[in-house]
Ligand binder design. Structure first.
Ligand code: PMP
Ligand code: GLU
Length: 401
């Protein structure tokens, strides 16, 4: 039979973050010592008190189908967290728990975006946003930002991107890949624009909430005029080192929660029971209980910044959150190694993979070809070795004859 996949799959790109992680695993399996700074995943293990909750859940026989939007007590625990940490009031009925924040975002986009609808996405964006919008038949409308604006957009840029077709505005703070964090005042500027356009929904991806090195976390949902059209996406993967447990959630107005529940009911049903019970322990813990991870990320950020700043041709700003740096490497474009030119972020990442044995993600995967993304969620020793290798490889580049 002729292999033939559906057209919608042909239109979809492979996740570049997962692709780089796969390539480095393949090289490692061949015995090559690759340091992967590609995937965004804490190297810490899940804290003991969370693992204990999962063990108890098995012993207590939480082994049957759960309700589609999540166990009621977990949804209550999410409300407790939103009130305690964000001063936001939600009912359990407004929470839908999913198989990772990625599924939460997929549910939202597939439930709310019609073919032809425009979704405003600031660049750089997380890889999956664009593909999920495409899958829904929507049209991504981009807003540019660069290292000069600390990778943040202005209210005037948002206003200029809005058209009668705009259905949704997506924001991710702290940001993957730039680490940018919007302050309450900066969000107020964006909120003022959105107030003039009452038909626009807001998807606020707050998955890196707990990895914020400066100030407190702010959400567009905290502006009363936006509360009833904002969908908060959050989860436990990053802040609690629980990537493999696959738990994310939304907090959203009831009609949106019901739409996502309906979507999820056909795709996956409720997510894993053991993971849900573990996530409940995470939600009920104080952020102070896991602050040691954030402190560790901050030390690593400073280590990486110090080493990157010594490499000629690399421009980097201190990111305020998440666990990525997103240096501008465009000054290196045009340089050569053994007659081969480095012309864009993909060329540079392939060169660094081959020459330095360090896996990074090209900025083009996030919509910005001037930059590359480095995840520093790995041990300081590995980071030091990786940065020394990158420094050497970049020093070996030559200007064209
Ligand atoms: N949003 C952003 C910005 C992310 O970086 C990630 C990490 N993969 C996700 C959503 C999805 O998180 P999860 O692992 O919970 O699906
Ligand atoms: N969010 C992580 C990253 O950006 C995980 C990979 C993924 O889910 O795409 O690397």
């Amino acid at each position: 039979m002729t292999p033939r996949v559906a057209d919608r799959l042909n239109a979809l790109s492979e996740s570049q973050t997962l692709a780089m992680a796969r390539m480095s695993r393949e090289l490692q399996a061949r015995g090559i010592d690759v340091i992967s700074l590609s995937i965004g995943e804490p190297d810490y293990d899940t804290p003991e008190f969370i693992k204990q909750a999962a063990k108890d859940a098995i012993d207590d026989n939480f082994t049957h189908y759960p309700p589609v939007p999540g166990f009621p007590d977990l949804r209550e625990a999410v409300c407790t967290k939103l009130k305690r940490d964000n001063r936001l009031e939600y009912q359990a009925s407004e929470i839908v728990v999913s198989t990772g924040a990625k599924q939460s975002i997929a549910n939202v986009i597939l439930s709310l975006v019609n073919p032809g609808d425009e979704v405003i996405v600031p660049i750089p964006y997380w890889v999956s946003y664009l593909e999920l919008i495409k899958l829904a038949g929507g049209k991504a409308v981009f807003i540019n930002s660069s290292i000069h604006e600390k990778f943040k957009i202005s209210p005037a840029q948002l206003e200029a991107a809005i058209t009668p077709q705009t259905r949704m505005f997506m924001i991710n703070s702290p940001s993957n890949p730039s680490g940018a964090v919007y302050s309450k005042e900066e969000l107020a500027g964006l909120a003022a624009v959105l107030e003039r356009h009452p038909e626009i929904l807001v998807l606020s991806d707050e998955i890196y909430e707990l990895i914020n090195f400066e100030g407190s976390h702010s959400s567009l949902a905290s502006f009363p005029s936006l509360r009833d059209r904002t969908i908060i996406v959050n989860g436990v993967s990053k802040g609690f080192a629980m990537t493999g447990w696959r738990i994310g959630y939304i907090a959203a107005p009831d009609w949106i929660a019901r739409a996502c529940e309906k979507m999820q009911g056909q795709f996956t049903s409720g997510t894993g029971t053991i993971s849900q019970k573990a996530a409940m322990a995470a939600m009920l813990a104080s952020p102070e209980d896991v602050k040691w991870m954030k402190d560790g990320f901050r030390e690593r950020r400073d280590l990486v910044l110090g080493m990157l700043r010594k490499i000629p041709g690399i421009k980097v700003d201190a990111p305020d959150g998440a666990f990525y740096v997103f240096p501008d490497v465009s000054a290196l474009f045009g340089k050569q190694f053994e007659g081969k030119s480095i012309n864009n972020s993909t060329d540079l990442c392939m060169y660094l993979l081959e020459k330095a044995r360090v896996a990074l993600v090209p900025g083009i995967a996030f919509g910005d070809d001037h930059c590359i993304r480095m995840s520093y969620a790995t041990s300081p020793d590995r980071l030091r070795t990786a940065l020394l290798r990158v420094h050497q490889a970049i020093s070996d580049l030559r200007d064209p004859e």
